[in-house]
Ligand binder design. Structure first.
Ligand SMILES: [Zn+2]
Length: 148
């Protein structure tokens, strides 16, 4: 079993999970400025709204991973683990395997911790995709930003 893991890791480059970046203060400030002048650029609002959505999803994924439920970087399947430093994650749904240590390292120091904000992130992720009017999205962005 161990040998199989080693061979596999040597053969293929390790696919690491992707983590969405934090939105820059500049982007947020720009959005507010536009909004204050009454200009609602639908595309810009969408870009920021879905940028924040991706960021929230990354935070929720990292939080779950730390609780022992890591999302597979290939198929998003849930890999249960105990968080031991030398543990190898082995996806039950596809062929992906990788050391937990590397997985954890991929999101360390990226401020991907939900803390007390978890339920607000969840609400945003669940509700944003069904918001239609730019104004509606603006309110959701604003609510989330003022909670964090
Ligand atoms: Zn998988």
């Amino acid at each position: 079993m161990k040998r199989r893991v080693e061979n596999k890791l040597k053969k293929e480059p390790l696919i690491s999970p992707d983590w969405a970046p934090r939105l820059s203060k500049k982007e947020i400030a720009w959005l507010y400025q536009m909004d204050a002048t009454g200009i609602r650029d639908k595309e810009m609002i969408n870009e920021v709204a879905f940028g924040i959505l991706a960021r929230c999803q990354s935070i929720l994924t990292a939080t779950e991973a730390l609780r022992g439920r890591a999302a597979c970087p290939v198929c998003r399947g849930i890999i249960k683990h105990t968080g031991k430093i030398d543990e190898v994650l082995d996806c039950p749904d596809c062929e992906w395997q990788g050391p937990w240590r590397a997985y954890q390292k991929s999101f360390q120091r990226k401020q991907l911790v939900a803390g007390g904000m978890e339920k607000f992130f969840e609400k945003y992720v669940n509700e944003l995709p069904s918001a239609k009017a730019p104004q509606e999205k603006m309110v959701m962005i604003d609510t989330l930003i003022h909670r964090s």
